[in-house]
Design a protein around this ligand. Structure first.
Ligand code: NAP
Length: 221
């Protein structure tokens, strides 16, 4: 039974990923924030230290934060916190786990990005910058780990109906965005989870270094 480590598994997209993996027969480690606080370097190091020799085939970096703040009002603390949770923590988990995957003949890493890694929207400067960096981190890691059969990809969702979306958009804004989406609906977390779980599986044998956009066509219009 392959083992996956999923961050952000308590809610939203991460929770759908955990459910789908378990349904597919995976053993899933889904640490809560109490066990692994991605905002804290000490917590990350303690968690990795405690992991020991667990044979993890797939790492899914799903956890993310998205405070909405006007560019000129972003504090350095907020900027650093967003980069820490959305890029630095995934980097550190990848850096630690990829060599273990290599030693066992291969593995899969999937990073959850966003369409705001390449589209513009007011108030999303720190978030968009973090997700753009995550895309590029994905490509660089794919190049370095490709020879070891560690395939690294990102999935960039459009608008998914989760707590994050409800907290960051009024009902009115959501309805006006929904009408712009070619498919005329927002994603359900399972729409994203299905793509992530394919990329994380041994069945994905040749896709690496890609940012797969799963947005119902939102970024086309
Ligand atoms: P969500 O419902 O807000 O859930 C966020 C998850 O991240 C929760 O499990 C949360 O844990 C965890 N998390 C946040 N900060 C953490 C920290 N410091 N340490 C450990 N865990 C932490 O989010 P979502 O909408 O499912 O989004 C999941 C991912 O998809 C994020 O990377 C987000 O940027 C991306 N995304 C979402 C959308 C969308 O429309 N929703 C679109 C594009 C991309 P707690 O339960 O402890 O808070």
């Amino acid at each position: 039974m392959p083992v996956a480590l999923v961050t952000g598994g308590s809610r939203g997209i991460g929770s759908a990923i955990v459910t789908r993996l378990r349904t597919d027969g995976w053993a899933v480690l889904a640490p809560t924030r109490a066990e692994l606080d991605l905002a804290s370097t000490a917590s990350i190091e303690a968690y990795l230290g405690a992991l020991g020799a667990v044979d993890i085939f797939a790492l899914i970096n799903d956890a993310g934060i998205n405070p909405i703040t006007k560019f000129t009002d972003i504090s350095i603390e907020e900027w650093q916190r967003v980069q820490q949770v959305n890029v630095t923590a995934p980097f550190r988990l990848m850096q630690h786990l990829a060599p273990h995957m290599t030693a066992r003949g291969g593995g899969r890493i999937v990073n959850i990005s966003s369409v705001y890694s390449f589209l513009g929207r007011a108030g999303r400067a720190s978030y968009g910058a973090s997700k753009g960096a995550l895309n590029q981190l994905t490509r660089m890691a794919a190049v370095e780990f490709g020879p070891s059969n560690v395939l690294v990809n990102a999935v960039a969702p459009g608008i998914v109906m989760t707590d994050l979306t409800r907290q960051n958009n009024s009902a009115e804004t959501l309805e006006s965005i929904r009408l712009q989406v070619p498919t005329q609906r927002f994603a359900e977390p399972s729409d994203i989870a299905d793509v992530v779980c394919y990329l994380a599986s041994p069945g994905n044998r040749y896709i690496t270094g890609q940012v797969i956009v799963v947005d119902g066509g939102l970024s086309l219009v």
